[in-house]
Design a protein around this ligand. Structure first.
Ligand SMILES: N[C@@H](CCC(=O)NCCCC(=O)O)C(=O)O
Length: 256
């Protein structure tokens, strides 16, 4: 039996033609492999299936997506109805997050996934960061080449004293360039989350989960993009993968 840790990757929900499909970005699946884990894409789950799914897992990776977390999830009306939503995903990832954290399951949340964690734990989002006075436009222009869209967009500064300082301390890093492809952003930070990095305009770009026995990290940018060629991304993925391996060895040891 493989000792590789199993990482759940919740899918997104898209209409292809006249039929609904469950889809997951390949770069996220590839990133789980780079972390040294086995990706398991999960189409969707009813609430009474979530515990059984978590019983199969040694970690959870919440991917990015062009869709927004539905504003009703943080008590607001939709401001821009032209923006895509994915309430099917919201409906099961938001309850999954606290259940996974309570088990100490390692959690790595990227972009939309980062926003889901904040909302799931009681925080809120700005629906259009670019409209806020003094804020950058954190979106990427869809007409640009994809390599440009996912190229460096702004610097983030590491908040001292937290997980990032431990992960990057040996390299004397106090910040780094990141890509940026999002219109929503953290407004009220949920209790139990610690800021790990900030954008130049003060927007929260990374947080760690403080009240979980396991590894809990969310980032607003896309470390999965060409991750194998990005030392910062590989540091984050290796830390997540090591936490998943430890969880596997501790909680789901292969039967003798
Ligand atoms: N829709 C949200 C989250 C943005 C996000 O996840 N972008 C990535 C889309 C494509 C990919 O998966 O790389 C927002 O706009 O804030």
């Amino acid at each position: 039996m493989s000792r590789l840790p199993v990482v759940l990757v919740p899918a997104c929900n898209r209409m292809l033609g006249q039929h609904p499909f469950h889809v997951a970005g390949q770069k996220y699946v590839d990133a789980v492999r780079l972390a040294g884990a086995l990706p398991l894409v999960v189409p969707s789950a009813h609430h009474d299936e979530i515990d059984a799914l978590l019983d199969l897992a040694d970690g959870v990776l919440l991917s990015g997506s062009p869709s927004n977390v539905h504003p009703s999830r943080f008590g607001e009306d939709v401001h821009d109805p032209s923006l895509p939503l994915d309430p099917v995903r919201d409906d099961w990832t938001l309850p999954l997050i606290p259940l996974a954290l309570a088990r100490g399951l390692p959690l790595f949340a990227i972009c939309r996934g980062f926003q889901e964690v904040n909302v799931a734990l009681g925080g809120s989002l700005h629906q259009a960061v670019q409209t806020l006075p003094g804020h950058l436009d954190h979106r990427a222009l869809a007409v640009l080449p994809v390599a440009t869209q996912y190229g460096p967009a702004h610097r983030v500064a590491i908040r001292p004293g937290g997980l990032f300082e431990r992960l990057f301390d040996g390299e004397g890093i106090d910040g780094f360039e990141v890509n940026s492809l999002h219109g929503q952003g953290v407004n009220r930070l949920a209790d139990g989350l610690r800021i790990e990095a900030l954008a130049p305009d003060g927007l929260v770009e990374a947080f760690s989960v403080t009240d979980t026995p396991g590894f809990g990290l969310g980032v607003q940018w896309h470390p999965e993009w060409q991750a194998a060629h990005n030392p910062v991304s590989m540091t984050l993925l290796r830390a997540f993968g090591a936490a998943c391996q430890e969880y596997r060895d501790t909680h789901r040891p292969p039967s003798r």
